[in-house]
Design a protein around this ligand. Structure first.
Ligand code: UDX
Length: 460
């Protein structure tokens, strides 16, 4: 069934959950943003709210309503010709912030017109700044969900004001200098987006900041003990808006076992903590020469590895055609290359000893929750500040360097994997794992934050 047909069916088969307060959630249609919002939806569903998801139908969507039978879905549609013609992520988000005003207004008007469930709030991704005006128009409280962490959010919001001091490549600023008021981050850790205009980025970030300040509350997929200083700064910056750091979201939910994925029979054959897991998330792409350097770096490192290469991840390739002939045969049982892996479950497998990651926030928090140290190769956006925190604040990983070069890759893999037994990095990541486990238990900071959020939504 096409997404559209599936959507129609979903609208017809509405959930009637009498007496339950309705929470409407509106995600950004990239997997790294949609997944944490769906986790939040599941958490709120478990607290007896009725869940409605506003779902944007685009060529990017990875959201299939039929996988979420407990939620009601409403779809809104942008102008496809225009959205398909934009190149970059920022440009697309900027366009959608303009294009979706009317569709969202119409959708919310319909939801408000229904009498079966009282609406508690509208929770939207921080990137949907336009939704604040729509919420105001209907007298609904908007809660901002920043699907990532607090520190990177602060760095991101500081960027437009710092821009005059930070214009690559002609900047006079020492890129190694710490940021004013955010000393853990340097100028070079500020977000960049490949080839996208500074004007678009700064305009988007400024609007996000202004409209987050006008919102009713902020939720983060992070927890107190991970970022106590940044949380305090955030309270000051957004006072008096309440802030609910109730992550790691996925830890509130049970794991869905996926025993039939080929990764598991392969992982089961490997000794504990022997395997390097390699994945760069759902958006990052590679040039063919970078792909080859990674392949040779992995092969030369002598460690077993499980490598996710998404179809079309390598420019100009469908999948693995750029690998040298006979490469996979040469690796034999030592390496497994897959198109997708159930990452949470893979990271929890005892055979995993390290994670080479691009430091997208979901990957970062999933890794630390399983006590897996990281080799960091950030690509764009918040990934650079996440990598800085991983390597220099939490000190649970090592930085690969700026370039993909097989000799460096081999050396850094060896360095990371040498940590596995009783290295300092390993001790620190196990300590954070324990903190993540504790914070969601009764009395823990995220447990309490969730309780407070539920009360906040109920006290309309
Ligand atoms: C995007 C941005 O790039 C990232 O910087 C931001 O923090 C969130 O949005 P993405 O690049 O996809 O995300 O990376 P990440 O945040 O790590 O999210 C990827 C998600 O997909 C993770 O939850 C991961 O578990 C899942 N995934 C990815 C799989 O389950 N299997 C895979 O094979 C690949």
């Amino acid at each position: 069934m096409s997404v559209k047909a599936e959507q129609k069916a979903r609208n017809i088969g509405e959930k009637k959950e009498e007496g339950k307060m309705r929470v409407i959630l509106f995600p950004v249609p990239f997997e790294g943003h949609t997944n944490p919002m769906l986790h939040l939806a599941q958490i709120l569903y478990s607290k007896a709210f009725s869940i409605t998801i506003i779902h944007i139908i685009t060529h990017l969507t990875s959201l299939h309503p039929s996988n979420h039978p407990n939620f009601t879905f409403r779809s809104i549609e942008p102008d496809h010709a225009e959205t398909c013609s934009v190149g970059g992520v920022i440009e697309l988000i900027t366009l959608l912030n303009r294009q979706l005003i009317e569709p969202l207004r119409k959708c919310v008007a319909e939801l408000v017109g229904e009498v079966d469930n009282e609406i508690g709030c509208l929770i939207t991704d921080a990137h949907w700044h336009f939704s604040q005006d729509v919420a105001n128009e209907f007298g609904i409280r908007r809660i901002v969900l920043r699907t990532a962490n607090i520190s990177a959010f602060l760095g991101m919001l500081a960027l437009p004001a710092l821009r005059p001091f930070y214009t690559l490549p002609s900047s006079e600023t020492n890129l190694e200098d710490p940021l004013p008021n955010l000393p853990h981050l340097r100028f070079k850790d500020l977000p960049t987006m490949n080839n996208e205009s500074h004007h678009f980025i700064d305009q988007l970030l400024t609007s996000i900041f202004i409209q987050t300040k006008s919102s009713s509350a902020i939720i983060f997929n992070s927890f107190h003990d991970l970022e106590p200083d940044s949380l305090l700064k955030c309270h000051h910056l957004f006072s008096p808006i309440p802030i609910f750091p109730l992550g790691p979201f996925h830890k509130h939910l049970p794991l869905t076992p996926q025993p039939h994925h080929p990764s598991f029979s392969w992982l089961n054959s490997k000794p504990p903590r022997s395997v390097l897991y390699v994945s760069f998330g759902t958006l990052a792409t590679l040039q063919p020469h970078e792909f080859l350097e990674i392949a040779w770096g992995l092969a030369n490192s002598t460690h077993p590895f499980l490598w996710v290469v998404r179809p079309a991840m390598v420019s100009g390739s469908e999948w693995l055609e750029r690998l040298p002939e006979g490469f996979e045969e040469m690796l034999g049982e030592r390496g497994l290359i897959v198109k997708w892996a159930p990452q949470r479950e893979v990271l929890a497998h005892p055979a995993i000893g390290g994670f080479w990651t691009h430091c997208g926030w979901n990957s970062t928090i999933e890794s630390l929750c399983e006590g897996v140290p990281m080799l960091c190769y950030p690509c764009f956006g918040d990934q650079k500040s996440n990598a800085r925190y991983v390597t220099h604040v939490w000190r649970i990983g090592v930085m690969l360097g700026d370039k993909l070069e097989r000799g460096v890759i081999e050396k850094m893999i060896m360095k990371l994997m040498a940590e596995r037994e009783d290295g300092e990095i390993m001790k620190r990541v196990m300590d954070l794992k324990e903190k993540a486990d504790t914070c969601i238990k009764e009395g823990g900071s995220s447990f309490n934050s969730l309780k407070n959020l539920v009360n906040f939504i109920l006290q309309k």
